[in-house]
Design a protein around this ligand. Structure first.
Ligand code: FAM
Length: 436
């Protein structure tokens, strides 16, 4: 057993006991009242999930095991003093609840590089059988499902493993899956956009650096950006579509591949992870229609208004929980201001930021007029040469695996049951509220 796994169960067992005790002794305590409006507006604010990896504050943004993004950039191990933290360190923090050392992070980089070596050939055959024109998220997802032939969890379940031990094969499957996603994503990227000129992994590199390398970007600058991208997209507490779906499907004791694949189908929706690609389409359409790469701020304002008037959302703006500018947006803007202050796309992102919040406020209905993570991530990637928009959501997905799959291990440590909320008919709701 590797030492991280040993540490995990040493921490996990008492936590699982605590959850059981809490439920047994306080199970009948009322924690919240739910209104009809909450049910009809997508369960906003209804507390119904136990998530340990991260927590989202509407004003302050995401905290991973208590640490904000600026704190993580300071405290998580980096390869170089002026670099970005390694996503391996964030995984360690989310899994074990404590900050890793440099050695812990090195162990994970090496462990994942080793596990990534054994992707079965049929996975690449499955990708190759899908047309290249299919969206990368389709190719990514069929590959994830095809990898489930390797599921430790399914094998252990069939062999009759005691359910208290389910966390163990789940951990193994999650580690395998996370280790392999960069190879899968880079394969799809090179297949679709670089004429199948594949690049072998370099096992001496870190997980995100290797992804950049296999995509064909070997500069330190792109590797640094990739590490940042992989850290900030990793988790956003438990109720967002990709996290909730992964957890829900996992609650049926589906293996990590099935569960994560389900989550990725949700990430592919335009209101969730696909927003990063749609922001780029929106900016491109603006430049096309205006016939210039550098529109005036007034032109940007008019274009944004036109988008709203035609009944469309402005991608990259708004959030179901956040009520301030997303710190994931701010950290990317800081990064851009530091390293590529003159990039034309970043200038455009800033112009949009200048005018869109005010326009959204004027609608009188948008609860959060501020930018989210997707308002800038594509422009940043594009400014560094990763210009192929359709891969942006897939890269988001590679990162999201870190959080949602860590939580899946914890779900099995806690021994959470199959999820099954209650639904009601319209008549029931009308009667309940006394509708006449
Ligand atoms: N542009 C135009 N209208 C918007 C809007 C935007 N960016 N954001 C919200 N609204 C509208 C929304 O469509 C709704 O209109 P109707 O009442 O006519 O249906 C109204 O404002 C109230 O919505 P809300 O309560 O403020 O937002 P929700 O919690 O329902 O939805 C989002 C949240 C993120 C789905 C929504 O803000 C949106 O569609 N944003 C654009 C897409 C986007 O950027 N998604 C990415 C979210 C991101 F963080 C992620 O998951 N990666």
């Amino acid at each position: 057993m590797d030492y991280i796994k040993e540490k995990l169960i040493t921490i996990g067992r008492p936590q699982a006991e605590l959850v059981k005790k809490l439920q047994k002794e306080y199970g009948d305590k009322v924690i919240q009242e739910v209104t009809l409006d909450q049910v009809f507006s997508g369960m906003r604010g209804v507390v119904s999930l136990l998530t340990c990896t991260s927590k989202l504050d509407p004003e302050e943004g995401i905290r991973f095991r208590g640490y904000s993004i600026p704190e993580l950039r300071e405290k998580l191990p980096k390869l170089k003093e002026d670099g970005e933290p390694l996503p391996e360190g964030l995984f360690y923090l989310m899994l074990l609840g404590e900050l890793p050392s440099h050695d812990d992070v090195k162990f994970l980089s090496q462990n994942w590089a080793e596990r990534a070596k054994n992707i079965p050939p049929h996975v690449f055959n499955v990708i190759d059988s899908v047309p290249k024109s299919a969206h990368p998220m389709i190719q990514f997802n069929v590959a994830i499902l095809a990898m489930s032939t390797e599921s430790h969890f399914r094998r252990a379940f069939l062999a009759g493993l005691d359910k208290k031990e389910y966390w163990d094969p789940m951990y193994e499957g999650v580690m395998d899956l996370i280790s392999r996603l960069p190879i899968i994503a880079a394969y799809i990227y090179r297949r679709v956009f670089h004429n199948e000129q594949y690049i072998d992994p370099d096992p001496s590199l870190d997980w995100a650096g290797n992804l950049a390398h296999m995509m064909g970007f070997d500069s330190e600058e792109v590797k640094r950006l990739m590490r940042l991208y992989m850290v900030i997209h990793a988790d956003h507490e438990g109720g967002n579509v990709s996290a909730h779906t992964t957890h829900l499907v996992g609650s049926a004791l589906s293996n990590p591949y099935y569960s994560f694949s389900a989550g990725m189908n949700g990430l592919a929706g335009p209101l969730h992870g696909m927003a990063n690609q749609n922001v780029m389409h929106w900016l491109e359409k603006m430049m096309d229609e205006l016939g210039t790469d550098s529109p005036t701020t007034e032109q940007v304002r008019e274009f944004a208004k036109k988008t709203l008037d035609s009944g469309n959302v402005i991608p990259g703006y708004g959030h179901a929980v956040l009520r301030k500018t997303d710190p994931r947006f701010t950290v990317q803007l800081d990064f851009a201001n530091k390293y590529i202050p003159d990039a034309p796309l970043i200038k455009l992102v800033k112009q949009v930021y200048e005018v869109v919040p005010e326009i959204l406020v004027q609608t009188g209905k948008v609860k959060n007029p501020w930018p989210n993570v997707d308002a800038i991530s594509g422009s940043l990637l594009s400014s560094y040469g990763i210009t192929e928009y359709p891969v942006y959501t897939m890269l988001f997905g590679v990162s999201r695996a870190l959080g949602v799959l860590t939580q899946l291990i914890w779900d099995r440590i806690y021994g959470l049951p199959i999820e099954r909320p209650k639904s009601q008919t319209l008549d029931w709701f009308m009667e309940k509220v006394g509708f006449k």
